[in-house]
Design a protein around this ligand. Structure first.
Ligand code: PHE
Length: 441
C-alpha cells in the first residue's frame, strides 16, 4: 500500500476494510472502554466519559505537543511554506494577504462539528467508533481539520487556512500513526469576485433554480461559476505542488467523493516511481454555506496531510520520527529558511525483531483489528514499527475465526534487546485475552 497519511475515511469507497468493519462492529465493545460515570481531563477541561469513550493514554499524551507550530520542526517548516505560498498568491488591492491562518484551535470537537455540520451521513463508516477517538458520544478528537470549517465561515471569514493535529484509529506501519497533521483551506467568492476578469457580467450568474446535479456540478450552481472556481482551485493547488516539489513535478487529478464537496478531486504527484495522493478538494456543498448564512457566495476547500509531504521532501523514512524528542533528529531541521533543502540522515539503523501472535476471535462479542492495533500501541509504544494481519483462518469444524498478526518491534533511536521484546510480546498476549476477550492460540 502507498503512503496514506491523508486517510481515505471520508470517501464513499466501499472497500473490504469498511465492509468487514460494518459487519464486525455493530455492537462493538472497545478495548480501552472507560468505566461509565467517570470523567477525564484533557487539555485542562473535564469531560464525562461513557460507553463511547475509546481515547487511550498514549493518544492523549500527544495532545498539546503542537508539532505543527514547534520551532524548526519539519512539519512546522512545511506549514510555513504552505502559508507563505497563500500569502503570496492571494492579496488585496494594497498587497495585504487575504487568507487568515488558524493554527491553535483545540483538537477536541463535537460530533456536530466533525460530521453533522459537514453533511456526513449518520451511517457513514468514518463515524465508527473503530475509526475515531471518542471522548464520549458527543465529543471526539477531530478526525480532520475540516471540522472547523462551518464555525469559521459562520464567523464571517471568507479566506482561511486551518492547521492542526488530527486523530484516527488505523493500522500500524511506517506511514500510519494515530495522530497526524493537516492543513485545510476555504475560499468563498461573491459573483463579482468569480467573474472579476469578465467584462459584461450581466448575463452571468452563480446560481440557477431547478438545475440538476451532474458529475460536473451541484444542482444549484451554474456551470460557468463552477468552472471558474474549479479552475482557480486546481491552479492554486498545482502551483502549491510545484512550489513544494519543484516546477518539473508530474501531477494528475483524480475524481473523488467527499460528503462536503461536489465535485471533488484528489491531487496526485509522481514521486520516486509512484503516484502519491497529496490532498483532497472540491467545491463546497452549497447547503453548508446556506446553513452558515453565506448563501450568496460559492466556495472551494481542500485538505492536505503534512506528514506525507514532509516524509517525501525530507526523506524521512518513518512517521514515528516526527514525535521523537531526540536532538539527533530535531537538530537536522534547525534552519531559519523554510525553503532550505534538507535530506534527513538516519541516526543509525537499528535491527527489527518480528514476533507473531494468533488468537481465536470472540464468538459472542464483536471484534475489530483497530482495537488490537490500539492495544499493541498502548503496550509497546514507539517500539512498535508495524503490525500486519498475516493470516485469517476458519476452523473446519467449529467455524471459529482465527487471526494471526505479525508484530515488528523496532525502535528508531536504539537497539531493542531480545528480553525487552519478549517481555512486551508477553504483555500484549496477556492483555489481548483480558481486554479483547480473544483466546490466544
Ligand atoms: N477532510 C478531508 C480528509 O481528511 C479532505 C478534504 C478537505 C476534502 C476539504 C475536501 C475538502 O480526507
Amino acid at each position: 500500500m502507498i503512503l496514506k497519511v491523508l486517510s481515505c475515511s471520508y470517501r464513499m469507497h466501499i472497500n473490504f476494510r469498511h465492509v468487514t468493519r460494518i459487519l464486525l462492529n455493530r455492537t462493538f465493545s472497545s478495548a480501552m472502554q472507560a468505566e461509565a460515570s467517570k470523567e477525564i481531563i484533557l487539555l485542562g477541561h473535564k469531560y464525562p466519559t461513557d460507553e463511547w469513550t475509546n481515547v487511550t493514554p498514549r493518544v492523549i499524551s500527544k495532545l498539546g505537543r503542537n508539532l505543527h507550530i514547534l520551532l524548526y520542526h519539519p512539519l512546522s517548516l512545511i506549514r510555513q511554506r504552505i502559508v507563505n505560498y497563500f500569502y503570496l498568491q492571494f492579496h488585496n488591492r494594497i498587497g495585504n494577504p487575504i487568507f487568515s491562518v488558524y493554527d491553535n484551535l483545540s483538537p477536541i470537537v463535537t460530533v456536530e462539528q466533525n460530521f453533522d455540520s459537514l453533511l456526513v451521513p449518520k451511517n457513514h463508516p468514518s463515524r465508527n467508533k473503530t475509526d475515531c477517538y471518542y471522548i464520549n458520544r458527543d465529543t471526539l478528537l477531530r478526525a480532520h481539520m475540516t471540522a472547523h470549517q462551518t464555525e469559521l465561515i459562520s464567523m464571517g471569514l471568507n479566506n482561511f487556512l486551518v492547521v492542526g493535529d488530527v486523530y484516527r484509529r488505523d493500522e500500524i506501519d511506517s506511514t500510519h500513526y494515530p495522530a497526524f497533521h493537516q492543513v485545510d483551506a476555504v475560499r468563498l467568492c461573491t459573483k463579482d469576485e468569480v467573474f472579476e476578469n469578465v467584462k459584461n457580467t450581466d448575463e452571468l450568474k452563480l446560481f440557477e433554480h431547478r438545475g440538476v446535479e451532474s458529475n460536473e456540478k451541484q444542482g444549484c450552481h451554474t456551470l460557468e461559476s463552477v468552472k471558474v472556481m474549479e479552475h482557480e482551485l486546481k491552479n492554486t493547488l498545482t502551483g502549491l505542488a510545484q512550489t513544494l516539489f519543484g516546477s518539473e513535478v508530474q501531477y494528475r487529478w483524480v475524481e473523488q467523493y467527499f460528503p462536503f464537496t461536489h465535485p471533488s478531486w484528489e491531487l496526485e504527484v509522481y514521486y520516486k516511481g509512484q503516484w502519491l495522493e497529496i490532498l483532497g478538494c472540491g467545491i463546497i456543498r452549497q447547503e453548508i454555506l446556506q446553513r452558515t448564512g453565506t448563501a450568496e457566495r460559492i466556495g472551494w476547500a481542500f485538505g492536505l496531510g503534512l506528514e506525507r509531504l514532509a516524509m517525501c521532501l525530507y526523506d524521512i523514512p518513518d512517521i514515528r520520527l516526527f514525535w521523537s524528542k531526540d536532538t539527533a533528529f530535531s537538530d537536522q531541521f534547525k534552519t531559519e529558511d523554510p525553503n532550505a533543502i534538507i535530506k534527513y540522515k538516519p541516526i543509525s539503523i537499528y535491527p527489527p525483531c518480528k514476533s507473531d501472535i494468533s488468537f481465536w476471535l470472540p464468538e459472542d462479542k464483536h471484534y475489530s483489528s483497530n482495537d488490537f492495533y490500539d492495544l499493541v500501541r498502548e503496550v509497546g509504544g514507539d517500539r512498535i514499527q508495524q503490525v500486519v494481519l498475516k493470516d485469517e483462518f476458519i476452523h473446519p469444524t467449529t467455524k471459529r475465526l482465527s487471526h494471526c498478526y505479525r508484530i515488528t518491534y523496532r525502535h528508531m533511536e536504539r537497539t531493542l534487546s531480545k528480553l525487552e521484546v519478549n517481555n512486551i510480546h508477553k504483555q500484549i498476549k496477556q492483555q489481548v485475552s483480558e481486554k479483547l476477550h480473544v483466546k490466544v492460540r
